[in-house]
Each structure stands twice: as structure tokens, then as C-alpha cells.
Design a protein around this ligand. Structure first.
Ligand code: NAD
Length: 469
């Protein structure tokens, strides 16, 4: 494989979409470049001695503040990757109408090689570096989880920031994806996976689009292959399973497992915890190397691990009707051309995995308002609903059952509001990019449509700032 870098690939896709717009070159250049790239190296005292850690924070766009983007812990992290992921965040926020700029962070470590205590040291030290350079803060730059990080790391970041920002009442808004007990919001952990489900549900509701790729509408009975059993892959698989889809294969780095009758996701997680591998799962066939799992014939392939997993090396062997990009950048630009020629529908990362940043936005709003979502109006809403029900009963003589009464009067809890906001965002964003795909002459795929939508929103924002009179 000799394909272009991840950032080059994002840039080229941007250029392809920008050709459908009439913005001046200078404005397009400003949208495309990374506004600031901060590379740092810092020492941490670990059990084996002092280790110098390399890390980055990239703010791709500050057209809206704060900038927003996850932090990745991986030994593969490099500057090009962090820049590409930061750029995708700008476009993702624009597509989902989340009023943030785009950013990303990366720490070049394999978290599996460190104890929990060592990871805490590294995370707190990285946060301190971000504070020193004004690269973190509720109104500046707000990180979140990504590959290799989760709620635990976000809690350490929030605590370190709060220590330095003593008395700053909004300090919890400096990072999202925190545990609920530390200012997190209910539904954030599963948000990206749930968003993928909503996106697929919308895509599979359009008869003409499904007919064009030889599928019927609806997710029920559709055969799904998922790569990556982490936060995104696990939750996407779970919600798809609940909707009646069949998970026929799961790929992890140690190999893939396949059962045409369907796999039980929670049983696989329990098996992996006990055996440290998904291989050997009862009733399933083992497939190695893991990449072979991506070639299994299916209706929906969900790559939810890392970028560049579908390249010109394996694109011809991909046997899916729809590729749902859970991960960021799983398909190289060259491979995408081959897949589109094979009439495979690709639902792009910058739309499909935007559920995470959408719910991060809700968490940030909760942190700034200092009140649990739903706390002020839940009882009031319930009281109003009860009054309406009683009036209907009085006017009609109909007596509602306990179940009907409970459903009709229930006031919204935090999780109801989060899921409702997420569903609304994923649904309306899908139809926005779908309209560009179907209505603009020459636009042949959803990714180009998504880029056009994002460029238009960011350009409008810059123009109204007055920078480009
Ligand atoms: P994670 O660390 O929770 O899980 C990733 C999983 O992929 C791990 O189980 C890992 O073992 C597996 N994996 C790694 N290499 C693999 C390979 N070659 N083959 C098969 N499996 C492999 O990470 P995550 O948060 O689920 O993120 C996954 C992807 O989704 C990344 O591209 C990330 O940028 C993107 N994403 C994450 C979020 C989020 O909210 N966490 C939001 C948007 C996008």
C-alpha cells in the first residue's frame, strides 16, 4: 500500500467538494488549514524510571469557540493523524450544528503497557501542558474521549484543570465524556453508537436509495459485520441488534469471529474479559488474520476501530452493500473510488459518528448551566400532562389504563432529553446531506455532499465574522 497521508486524504476530499461551491480560494484555504499545531514532549516518572512522552493538540479551526475534539492514546499517533482528525472535527461539528471549532489531541503511548497509576500521571501531566499553552478551557478548547481513552481519563483531566482554575465556576466544562458523578451527562458513553444506529435507520428508510443498491428498507434482518469492540463498535452493534439486525461477524485485532445465525454481543464481551480474546467464542468460526473479517459478505459493514483499514489492498474484496463509518477515516481516498464503482453506499464518518460530539455539546451545556437536564421542568411537565388527561377523561368518559397514564404523563428525564436531542440531530443532519447528494448536479456520493454542507456552514460563519468582506 502506498497511499497518501490521512491529512492529505481529508484535504483532497475537501477540494473535491469545494469545487461545487463558489467561495474565494483564500476563504477555502483558511477553512482547510490547521490554525494551530502544538507538539509537546514531557517527562513522567514511571515505575521503570523517567520516560519522555510525545503528544499533540491541534486546533484545526477557531471560527467558533471552544474548539472541540477527543484525545487519542495510541502508539501509532502522529502529527498528520491528529491534524486529519482535528479537521474532521470541524466538519463534523458543522454538519451536526454543534457550535464549536474542530480540534484533536493525541498521546503517543500504548495504554496497555502502563498501570492505572502511570496512566493517571501521564494524563495529568498532559493536561498541565495543555493548560500552560491555553489549549484547554470551557471557552477555549474542550477535549473528549477517543480511541484508547474513556470516562476515567476525562475525570482526571477535569480534576487537574479544576486544581489550576481554582474558583472558576465553569471549570467542569473544560472536558466532556466525564463520568456522570463528575459532571458527565447520561447517554454520552453510548452516544456515538446510538448515533450510528439513528443514521443507519434514516438511510435504510429511503426506498429508492435501498433499491439502487439491491436492498429492502428497514434494518430488521440485515446482516452486519462490525470491526472494533470498543466504545463505538460495541454500542453500534448493540443498538443495531436491538433494532432486529443480525451481527454475523465481529473483528478485533486478535482475529474475527463469524456466525451466520448471529452473535450475542454481551456474551462476547464476557468471553473476551475471561479469555483475553474474542477467538474461541462458542458456536462461532474463528477467522485470522482479523482483516479477513472485513471481506465477509454482509449488508452493512461497520468499521469502528481505526483509520485506513480499507485500502486499495482489500477494497476489491469488500462484499458489503453499505459501509457505515463508525471510525474516523477507515477508507482511504483511493479505496473509496473503487468501492463507489462497486455501487457500495458509504455513510461518511463526519456525519455518522457525530453522535459523540453532539452529546458532548449537551454535557457542556449542562456544565455551564450547573443543573441536571430536566430537573427544572420534569414535574411541571408531568402535572400539565395529568391535567390534560383528566380533562380528556371528563369530556369523553374514557378511563385511561395505568400503562397509558404512565406513558402519556411521563416528564422528561436527562436521558430522555439527551436521546431526543441526539435523534433529532442525526435525523435532520442526514436529510440535509441527503438533499445535497440528490439535488446538486454532479454530486455522486454522501461524503462529498457532507463536505459541501460543512464547507457552506463554516464559510457562512467566516463571512459573517467580517474577515472576508
Ligand atoms: P476504543 O479504544 O474504545 O475501541 C477501539 C477498539 O478497536 C478496541 O477494542 C481495539 O482493540 C479495536 N481495534 C484496534 N485495532 C484493530 C484492528 N486492526 N482490527 C480490529 N479491531 C481493532 O475506541 P473508540 O472510542 O470506540 O473509537 C473507535 C473509532 O471511532 C476511532 O476512529 C475514533 O476516532 C472514532 N470515534 C470515537 C468516538 C467516541 O465517542 N469514542 C466518537 C467519534 C468517533
Amino acid at each position: 500500500m502506498n497511499e497518501q497521508s490521512f491529512f492529505e486524504s481529508v484535504t483532497r476530499r475537501f477540494d473535491k467538494a469545494a469545487a461545487f461551491t463558489n467561495y474565494p480560494k483564500g476563504l477555502l484555504d483558511q477553512i482547510k488549514v490547521c490554525n494551530s499545531v502544538y507538539f509537546m514532549q514531557f517527562p513522567v516518572r514511571l515505575s521503570k524510571g523517567i520516560e519522555v512522552i510525545s503528544a499533540w493538540r491541534v486546533q484545526h479551526s477557531q471560527h467558533k469557540l471552544p474548539a472541540k475534539g477527543g484525545i487519542r492514546y495510541s502508539e501509532m499517533v502522529n502529527q498528520d493523524e491528529v491534524m486529519a482528525l482535528a479537521a474532521l472535527m470541524t466538519y463534523k461539528c458543522a454538519i451536526a450544528d454543534v457550535p464549536f471549532g474542530g480540534a484533536k489531541g493525541g498521546v503517543k503511548i500504548n495504554p496497555k503497557n502502563y498501570s492505572e497509576e502511570e496512566l493517571e500521571h501521564i494524563t495529568r501531566r498532559y493536561t498541565t501542558e495543555l493548560i500552560k499553552k491555553n489549549c484547554i478551557g470551557p471557552g477555549l478548547d474542550v477535549p473528549a474521549p477517543d480511541y484508547g481513552t474513556g470516562e476515567r481519563e476525562m475525570a482526571w483531566i477535569a480534576d487537574t484543570y479544576a486544581t489550576f482554575a481554582l474558583g472558576q465556576v465553569d471549570s467542569l466544562g473544560c472536558v466532556t465524556g466525564k463520568p456522570v458523578t463528575q459532571g458527565g451527562v447520561r447517554g454520552r458513553k453510548e452516544a456515538t453508537g446510538r448515533g450510528i444506529f439513528f443514521g443507519l435507520r434514516e438511510a435504510f428508510s429511503n426506498e429508492a436509495d435501498m433499491k439502487a443498491i439491491g436492498l429492502t428498507t428497514g434494518l430488521e434482518g440485515k446482516k452486519v459485520v462490525v470491526q472494533g469492540l470498543g466504545n463505538v463498535g460495541y454500542h453500534a452493534a448493540k443498538f443495531l441488534l436491538e433494532s432486529g439486525a443480525i451481527i454475523i461477524a465481529l473483528c478485533e485485532y486478535e482475529g474475527a469471529i463469524f456466525n451466520p445465525k448471529g452473535l450475542d454481543i454481551d456474551a462476547i464481551v464476557a468471553h473476551r474479559t475471561a479469555n483475553k480474546t474474542i477467538l474461541g467464542f462458542p458456536g462461532a468460526q474463528d477467522i485470522t488474520p482479523s482483516g479477513k473479517g472485513l471481506e465477509i459478505e454482509c449488508d452493512i459493514l461497520v468499521p469502528a476501530a481505526l483509520e485506513n483499514v480499507i485500502t486499495t489492498d482489500n477494497a476489491a474484496k469488500i462484499n458489503a452493500k453499505v459501509i457505515a463509518e463508525g471510525a474516523n477515516g477507515p477508507i482511504t481516498e483511493e479505496a473509496e473510488e473503487l468501492l463507489l464503482k462497486k455501487n457500495i453506499m458509504i455513510i461518511p464518518d463526519m456525519y455518522l459518528n457525530s453522535g459523540g460530539v453532539t452529546v458532548s455539546y449537551f454535557e457542556w451545556l449542562k456544565n455551564l448551566s450547573h443543573v441536571r437536564l430536566g430537573r427544572m421542568d420534569k414535574r411541571f411537565e408531568e402535572g400539565s400532562n395529568i391535567s390534560i388527561l383528566q380533562a380528556v377523561e371528563k369530556a369523553t368518559g374514557y378511563k385511561f389504563s395505568e400503562d397509558e397514564r404512565r406513558k402519556a404523563t411521563h416528564g422528561a428525564d436527562e436521558i430522555d432529553l439527551v436521546n431526543s436531542g441526539l435523534e433529532e440531530t442525526m435525523t435532520s443532519s442526514y436529510w440535509q446531506i441527503h438533499e445535497i447528494w440528490k439535488q446538486r448536479k454532479g454530486v455522486e456520493d454522501l461524503r462529498t455532499a457532507a463536505f459541501i454542507g460543512a464547507i457552506e456552514k463554516v464559510a457562512t460563519s467566516y463571512l459573517s465574522l467580517g474577515i472576508f468582506p
